[in-house]
Design a protein around this ligand. Sequence first.
Ligand code: TXA
Ligand code: MG
Length: 318
Amino acid sequence: MPSNVNVKSPSLESLQEATSLIQAGELVAFPTETVYGLGADATSDDAVTKIFAAKGRPSFNPLIVHLPDIETAKKYVEFNEKSIKLASLFWPGALTMVLPRKKNCPISKLASAGLDTLAVRIPANALALELLKQCGRPLAAPSANPSGQISPTRAEHVADGLGDKVGLILDGEACKIGVESTIVGFSGEDVVLLRPGGVTREQLEAACPSVTSPSADSKITSPGMLLSHYAPSCPVRLNANSKDADEAFLGFGREFDAISTVNLSVIGDLREATANLFSAFHLLDEQGYKSIAVAPIPEMGLGVAINDRLRRAAAPRD
Ligand code: TXA
Ligand code: MG
């Protein structure tokens, strides 16, 4: 961890410090229920530029804007019947909706990479909500890691990756869900699933009958969904049933416990595995293995988000 890192536990003083930094256009990392976010005032071009610079993130990759409640969200984006329904079911929570920006929306165009839409969500984390209320600004916040690397689920992950680049890291508990939010857009009658995440496809389908995947000619896309992402420094090998010498084994379920270096969930529980995924990657990444072999994960429920992240972690790098 760099030596000049400002990490603080939640208190009236640290929230006040965070608020002052945000209002001064500086960066503050804060916990959410999915992963830690690297937050800045979404209405300020300067502050948003600092997010892209700190992460080394390409400017075509738009950011998610975090808001304290739906009334505030309605000031910035247009809702329709479907998005209102999803908001009422899943907010606060791990669902991000891509919606049309309102005319004269004061959110920096840099945050939405020049698009006419804005990705918005209300996080289900008491500290995040308190910060959003107290600072009175919408917070643009991508995951608080250097671009392309593993997302942070604990304050120390943020400190290790970006510690010297943020004004303050608010140290909440470990993130309960452990993967990023599910991102959806809207096209006619369809809810378009742009990124699998903490809210499952099954949950969305129970609310809206027509959940589709983005088609090749679809106008709705999720720019910045890079093939190689969430990547530890060593190679990752998927659907492994055994491990080679010098390899770490990331297990799932009792059958792999004997050979696991870390087991995501001995009892094969996808929720527990999701919460442990990025922490396990951070841990194994530090230990100098030749590669990481990963047990098969069922492609259902939260397993879809886990497998999406694993495929990106295993994808060829440039
Ligand atoms: O759980 C999460 O979503 C975390 C926490 C901090 O809230 N945030 C997060 O942000 O994962 P980030 O920057 O890693 O992901 C943002 C993604 C972009 O890569 C892009 O795919 C999509 O959101 N996105 C943002 N704005 C969009 C827009 N206007 N249209 C389509 N996709 C958009
Ligand atoms: Mg990210």
